[in-house]
Structures are given as structure tokens and as C-alpha cells.
Design a protein around this ligand. Structure first.
Ligand SMILES: [Zn+2]
Length: 312
């Protein structure tokens, strides 16, 4: 494998003293088992304690994400890359090896939206990036990976690289939606509040009336649960109604209708065989008809007269 696929600089993390640093690799090992991700593993002695450090796990994960977005996935495609690497990297390979450049280039853009803020974002809670390292970066490492995936998808006009992101996003939305629904069901679809008015001396009073039997009744305002509207709007906009999911009885009927059509096609095929039979019979009848016509022609007085006059 050509050495041009190796990274020029690598983010290292020392297991011994937890120091994180970016440097040129001290030792590079071939990692054919990791061919899918990146066929090299990097080592360098820790700049702080001297122990041998390996590539930081989040940095390798970022590289893996990038590799997934830019490399060919089929065995044939991979074989082709291996071939082409000797001297001539493919555009995909070139894109892949631009990893560090791409990442650094994106930093300023990501920083506009997500400057590095260790434990400052909600998603930091589950982040595995070293916090000291994070604080020294211009922008959030994890968001950079998201930006990278989008960049790769747009450059290659291939939205499939974003599938994972949007699947997660959709799952989060659906969870939020069902949480809202549970809340509505818990509170009640309609909310009743006593009707009030401002009386003398700015006192808030409840609207009441007495029925013919002298019983007191409180007048209530009844309104739909305030979450109901946004939830139904979300359902429509996201296209997750039953009809959008092809789950309505109508769709079932349509399916049955389609099956009916297929059955009709079956009937049509049968009648085609019958038609063949009829055609054969018709042809037989036709020859008999022609024989009869010929016989009749022979006896036609006008034709006989004509043939005699013309010597036929
Ligand atoms: Zn160390």
C-alpha cells in the first residue's frame, strides 16, 4: 500500500498520562485488518511522559467517518483503489487523503456555529473527546465530523452519507413527539378552567349561575390542550400520518384492488387461450366457407356468361 495514504500529522493520546497532542507519527504500522477504515496505525512517544501514545480514539473515529463518506464500499471498488494507489490515487482516494486538510479547513466554519466549549453543549455529556484537548481547539470535534459528512455528501452529490445523521435526528423527533402525546393524554385532550371576570376593586371573580333548583354551577372555559396543535402540525409536516406511512384502510383496499387487477389479468390470460381456440375454429370455418364460395361461383350464371364471352 502506497505511503501517500498515510496521515502527515496525527492527534495522539497518551494512555499513561492522558496527554493529548498533535504531531508527526513516530512509527507507522500497517493495519490491513483495518483496511476498511484506514490501513495504518500511528504511534509516537508522548511529548510529556515519554510513553508510547496511540492515535486518539475520537480522531480515529472522525477518520473512519470520513473514510466511509469518501471511499468505495464494494470489494471491487476497494481492489481498484489498491491498484490505483500505486502512483495514481483515485479522486475518492485523493478526497480521503485530504482528511486533515479538509478538517482543518472546516475548523473556522464550524467555529462560527460551534466554538469549542468543553461541557458547554447538551451533547457534551456523552462526548469522549478529552476536555483539555477540546478547550485548546477552535471548534467542537464532534460537530466538525457532522460538517465533514455534509461536505462529502454535497461534494459527491450523495445524500446516503447523511443517512445515519438523519435517522438519529428522526428518531429523536419521534421520541419527542411521543413524549408530547403522553403529556397530552396525561393532562387530557381538553383542559377546563373556570371562567373569570374582574369585579369591583379589581377582584378576580368566578362566573357562576344558579339553576332552577338553586344549585350553584361554575362556568368553565374548555380549550384544546395547547400541545395538541403543534403536535398535529409536526405530524403533518414530517409526513408521518397513517396515509404517509401507507397504513390506512384505503391503502389496504387499493392493494386489494391491485390484487383484483392481477386476478383479472389471470382471467384475461385464460380467455386468450380460448381466443386461440376460436381463431383456429374460425380459420377452419373460413376454408369451408371458401370451398362453398368457390362452388357457388362455378354455378353463378353471370360469371359463366362472362367466362364464355372472354374465352375463359
Ligand atoms: Zn504521556
Amino acid at each position: 500500500m502506497a505511503e501517500e495514504t498515510q496521515l502527515k500529522t496525527v492527534v495522539f493520546r497518551c494512555k499513561a498520562c492522558k496527554h493529548v497532542f498533535e504531531a508527526t507519527p513516530g512509527r507507522v504500522e500497517a493495519a490491513p485488518e483495518d483496511d476498511d477504515v484506514h490501513p495504518w496505525r500511528y504511534f509516537r512517544s508522548c511529548s510529556q511522559c515519554g510513553e508510547e501514545a496511540t492515535q486518539a480514539h475520537w480522531a480515529r473515529a472522525a477518520m473512519k467517518a470520513w473514510r466511509k463518506c469518501t471511499g468505495p464500499r464494494t470489494p471491487e471498488g476497494k481492489a481498484k483503489v489498491r491498484e490505483n494507489l500505486i502512483g495514481h490515487p483515485t479522486p475518492e482516494e485523493a478526497l480521503r487523503t485530504r482528511f486533515n486538510g479538509m478538517k482543518h479547513g472546516l475548523n473556522a466554519k464550524v467555529a462560527t456555529y460551534f466554538p469549542a466549549k468543553p461541557d458547554g453543549y447538551a451533547f457534551c455529556a456523552t462526548c469522549n473527546v478529552d476536555r483539555i484537548w477540546c478547550s485548546e481547539q477552535p471548534c467542537c470535534e464532534k460537530q466538525t465530523v457532522n460538517f465533514m459528512k455534509h461536505r462529502a455528501a454535497f461534494e459527491q452529490k450523495n445524500p446516503k452519507h447523511l443517512m445515519g445523521i438523519y435517522a438519529d435526528f428522526h428518531a429523536a423527533l419521534m421520541s419527542t413527539l411521543s413524549e408530547c402525546l403522553r403529556q397530552i393524554i396525561g393532562d387530557g385532550v381538553t383542559l377546563r378552567t373556570p371562567k373569570t371576570y374582574i369585579g369591583e376593586n379589581d377582584k378576580v371573580l368566578i362566573v357562576k349561575y344558579y339553576d332552577q333548583d338553586g344549585y350553584e354551577h361554575v362556568v368553565h372555559d374548555v380549550m384544546a390542550h395547547p400541545l395538541f396543535k403543534p403536535v398535529s402540525e409536526l405530524i403533518t409536516r414530517m409526513g408521518i400520518s397513517l396515509s404517509d406511512l401507507a397504513m390506512t384502510p384505503k391503502q389496504g383496499e387499493d392493494e386489494a384492488a391491485t390484487l383484483g387487477k392481477l386476478a383479472q389479468d389471470g382471467a384475461a390470460q385464460e380467455s386468450l387461450a380460448e381466443f386461440e381456440e376460436r381463431k383456429v375454429k374460425a380459420l377452419e370455418d373460413l376454408s369451408a366457407m371458401m370451398a362453398r364460395a368457390n362452388a357457388a361461383k362455378a354455378q353463378d350464371p353471370v360469371l359463366i356468361e362472362y367466362q364464355q364471352q372472354n374465352g375463359g
